[in-house]
Structure formats: structure tokens, C-alpha cells
Design a protein around this ligand. Sequence first.
Ligand code: TRP
Length: 333
Amino acid sequence: MTDGRILSGMRPSGRLHLGNYFGALQNWVRLQDQYECFYMVADVHALTTLSGGDEVGTITNDTQEMVLDWLAAGLDPERAVIFVQSHVPEHLVLHGLLSMCTPLGWLLRVPTFKERLRQMGEDEEHVPYGLVGYPVLQTADIIIYKADKVPVGIDQASHIEISREIARRFNRLYGDTFPEPQALLTDLPMITGTDGQNKMSKSLDNHIELAAADEETAQRTMTMVTDPQRARRSDPGRPEVCNVFALQKVFNPDKTDEIHRLCTTAGIGCVDDKRDLAEGINRYLREFRERRRELSESPERVREILHEGAKRAQAVANATVEEVYVRMGLRQA
Ligand code: TRP
């Protein structure tokens, strides 16, 4: 018995970092207890922002690295269906069919598309067709499993909204087929990067990888920006504006009161505080890193898990596509 079915996906971004873990992955792990879960590597979606050539070679490796993180963090192939989007080509079939009943205007108004267009200098001539259709493919990912809920960050909320609209429109045009998927917004504290300013992200290089070695974790932690007004060791610090303190709450929860007292009375300096945090992070990730290392020594095991996941996913996806063919009049019932 479960509370329904979940689908979520991540583009293959290689090794995940603390922000990915606390922003999504940890929640995915928990949801396995409550829902029937489908977790997908959105490798086709990766093609919407890569530009061919050398970059293409990174997708399969990034997939492997990310899935190692997923498994080491506790995604369980016995309980969840873990698979790669392109291994289930039905996603592309449904994407093609849904594109026939999705008004272009909806897609052009999606905030993430407009943002991307701005980044590309409003150069519509060179916007890949697939980028406009990004939310249609994402909708296919979700409704091909008739998922009820989609755990996503707030940045993806507009995509889920359009998925609901596409499902609703399909149902109206061709008869009740799909549940309208609901966003399960992950209300988690944002993890700020080592720069102390921006959300942790690989592209800003302000991140700490889950799989990093202890020394690299310490090195990156030592670069963290603390209270900018605390110029001298003897100045009292302000934990409430300090990113190191925010992370101490996560990684050294038992010591938070003590750290707060020592910081505000200049009893501890930022360097010691950061050294202490690095130890906390490494302790927190010790078992994860051990499991990941073991798994990485048997890549065939990961391949097997993804192969098995694709088979299970495909059984469901294929049935939906057959149903859609009939609904849309391409096959007789
Ligand atoms: N667009 C999502 C991201 O960039 C990845 C994704 C693809 C996804 N398909 C999905 C998320 C379906 C949720 C549901 O993170």
C-alpha cells in the first residue's frame, strides 16, 4: 500500500554536491517509504543545453557518476524504479504525440524558457526546437507513468503547472487518460555555496561534492566566506549571517549552541570553526563515501540496476503509449 506514484528526474550532472543532496536526493530517499517511486536520469533533456561535439561524450559518464551517488545515498532498486530516460524510448514517442496537442504559446511563456532565451541573447533563430519542447518531454516523463506527484524544487514549479495543463487538455480532447500530476514542493533550506552568497552549484564552482575526498572537502570548507564584519579574530561574530554556522546546524547539530556562544564571544575563530565543520561534513558522509567506493568498483552492478529499471519502466510506459495511440485514433481498440 502506498500513497500513490511518484516520478522525478535529474539531468545527468555527474557527481552531486551537498546542495543536490539536501535539496532533492535526501527527500527522494525518504519518499521511497511512502510512494511507488520512479527515478529517472533525464539524459535526453541534457541535449537541450549541450552543443554537440566534445560535450556529448560526457553524458554516459555523468550518468554513471550520478547514479553511484543516488545508490550510495540510499535509492534502493528493490523499492524504486531507477532508470535512464533514453533507455525507454516511449518517452520520446509520447513527447511527439503530446506535441500535437500543446499550444506553442504555452511553451513560449514558460519562465525558464524565457530566461534561457535571454541567456542566448534572444537569438530565436538558433534556439533548438527541443528546448522549446522541454516541458512537453518532461510532461511525457511524468504522465507516461500516470504519476500523481512530482517532487521538485520551486524552480521547476512552472514546468509542473504546464504538465497539468497538457494532461487536462489531452483528457478533454481525447477522453480521460491521465491524472493531473501535482508538484510536491521540497520545502528545504537552500544550501549556500562556499562563496557564502549563491546557491551551491557546480557551474559557480562553490560546491562540495558528496564523493569528494576528506582533504578536498576540508580544503573547500576552509575557503568559505564567514561574517564579513568579523575582520579580526578578537571581533565577536554573527552566526545568523554566517554560512558556516548555517552548515554547522546540519553537520554538527549537537554542538550548535556551543558554537553560537563561542562565536558571539570571540571564543572561537573562523578558521577553527571551519576546520570543525569540515570534520562534521566528512563524518556525516563517511558511510556514504564507503558505499559509493564499493559500488564504483563494480560498474557492471550499476549497469544491471539501470537495465532492470528500464525494463520495469518500459512495461508501464509501453502500455500507456498503446493506450494513447488508441485514444488519438492511430490504432483501433
Ligand atoms: N527538468 C528537470 C531538471 O532539470 C529534470 C527532469 C526531467 C524532471 N524530467 C523530469 C523532473 C520529470 C521532474 C519530472 O532538474
